[in-house]
Ligand binder design. Structure first.
Ligand SMILES: [Fe+2]
Length: 510
């Protein structure tokens, strides 16, 4: 699976391949105070049949404590090129954007009018220096059923917990699209014994969030994953603050949201307005798949039975609140939007990219029962509504989930509490990039947990990602696992493989 292009995109050697800057430009670069301004790499995202977003952010000193990456407090012109070939002989679009200090010198170029189902290459130039080259794709034309989607997804990348090898292994697979399902950064302060040292302490303000994002983008494995394919991102709690549910100050939320937008390849439609950012949206891959990206953080009701502390945790059968019919994890507006997306879908597959466990999960071993009030178990009415909608429109729904730092796969039924109830969707839960450290394939309590939750078919407790190949005939799923992340460069292996067929929400052994 290791392709030359994947290797090249991850290495600085491609940065000037095929391009010789004029002598005057090279001389200006030597004099320029902006030495090596592309240390945060390049990225693309939000593929559509006619375009996508390409992104970069200038930083000459990514770990500068003010979060501004060592950049001068003035606008800097940034040229960009988009070409059909990686040597930029066939440039199809080019232009100049202004990287402004108030946007942390980030640049989002939204492209339109491109060919559907095509591969493109892009790069930037500023202060006489050239960025590395990124590869990106447009989605197939609407209605196209012949083009499969190679989609990989992961979540939860805590810099202090280990090396970002999972990102490198994803890049080596050369996917069409990478979905990131939350916790791209962790806001935490410094650990006592980190695997890797972070800069800046706990993220509390704009400078802190910008600095954390910048440090992540200095990681060569993460940069390789951004440079190889377009991304589709959603956040979870740590992109703002651990387990937040509407209880974070508007000021802190606005700071986190602004830094998130600045550092992600998102469209203008996702630019935050104060403490609000509309992150839910759909990405369409011909008529093969719609990827509906959900936001279960911003609009959720407070945790059920959380007491005065309002904490997330495990709640027992005495917690009636989690079953209350008015409770929502999506908020009314997003739920109405999702209902319409599912009703009007013409794709073979409807993928729901989101943050927290959707299938029912009894986390207490033995006859006692306990559910997480942070996942959809704490918002049962929302899950029942979604399951009913999926069932009513006979959608082939596959839920893609992050958050729990381990791989899981299972089925969601129309009524989870009724064992005879018909399954309506499959859920694939990805493990983390690093969070929770090296892990184990199986923990001592895993067999008991699985025995108490018969709809759950698979578990693996290592770090990694999920790789899928989605066609109109089937969805193939490989759970990829790394032996370790506390040291660099672990190989990835497939710890579980499944096939899902349209019309039958079951995990068949592959
Ligand atoms: Fe996490």
């Amino acid at each position: 699976m290791l392709t030359r292009r994947a290797l090249l995109a991850g290495s600085a050697s491609l940065a000037v391949a095929g391009v010789t800057a004029p002598r005057a430009v090279r001389a200006a670069a030597r004099r320029s105070p902006l030495r090596d301004p592309f240390r945060l790499g390049v990225a693309s995202g939000e593929p559509a049949p006619d375009g996508m977003v390409v992104w970069t952010r200038l930083a000459t000193d990514p770990l500068a404590p003010d979060g501004l990456g060592g950049m001068p407090r003035r606008p800097v012109p940034v040229e960009w090129q988009l070409a059909e070939d990686e040597n930029f002989r066939r440039v199809v679009r080019h232009g100049t954007e202004t990287a402004r200090p108030e946007a942390a010198h980030s640049v989002h170029v939204e492209l339109e009018g491109l060919e559907p189902g095509a591969e493109y290459f892009y790069r930037f130039r500023a202060a006489g220096e050239l960025s590395e080259t990124g590869r990106t794709l447009t989605a197939p034309a609407p209605g196209t059923r012949s083009r499969a989607l190679n989609l990989s997804f992961t979540s939860c990348a805590d810099y202090q917990s280990g090396y970002f090898t999972a990102y490198r292994r994803m890049a080596e697979d050369h996917p069409d699209l990478i979905a990131f399902l939350g916790d791209y950064i962790y806001e935490y302060g410094d650990y006592e014994h980190p695997v890797r040292d972070q800069a800046g302490g706990e993220c509390l303000d704009l400078a802190g969030y910008r600095l954390r994002h910048a440090q992540h983008k200095t990681d060569p494995d993460l940069r390789a994953a951004h440079a190889i394919a377009p991304w589709a991102v959603v956040w979870d709690d740590h992109d703002v603050r651990n387990a937040w549910a509407g209880d974070v100050s508007r000021k802190r939320r606005a700071a986190a949201f602004r830094a998130y937008y600045e550092n992600m390849p998102l469209r203008r439609a996702q630019r935050p307005v104060g403490a609000a950012l509309r992150l839910y949206r759909s990405i369409r891959w011909g008529a093969v798949a719609n990827l509906h990206l959900l936001d279960t953080r911003q609009y959720r009701d407070p945790y059920a039975c959380a007491g005065r502390a309002g904490r997330a945790g495990t709640v027992g059968p005495d917690c009636a609140e989690r079953l209350a019919p008015a409770r929502t994890i999506l908020g009314q507006e997003q739920q109405t939007w999702l209902d319409a997306q599912l009703r009007e879908s013409h794709a073979t597959w409807d993928l729901l990219g989101q943050q927290v466990f959707m299938m029912e999960m009894d986390w207490v071993r033995g006859p006692a029962q306990g559910w997480s009030n942070e996942g959809w178990d704490g918002y049962v009415a929302s899950r029942d509504h979604l399951a009913a909608t999926v069932g009513a429109h006979r959608r082939n729904a596959v839920v893609l989930t992050g958050d729990v730092h381990s791989h899981w796969a299972g089925r969601i039924s129309r009524d989870q509490r009724d064992p005879g109830s018909k399954p309506v969707a499959v859920e694939l839960v990805t493990t983390s990039v690093t969070s929770a450290g090296d892990g184990l394939d199986e923990y001592p309590d895993t067999p008991d947990l699985l025995a108490g939750n018969p709809h759950v078919r698979f578990f693996n407790g290592r770090r990694g990602y999920v790789r899928t190949r989605i066609s109109r005939r089937e969805m193939k799923v490989d759970f990829r696992s790394l032996a370790y992340v506390t040291r660099p460069d672990a190989p990835a292996r497939t710890s579980g493989s499944f096939a899902i067929e349209p019309g039958d929400p079951a995990l068949n052994p592959a």
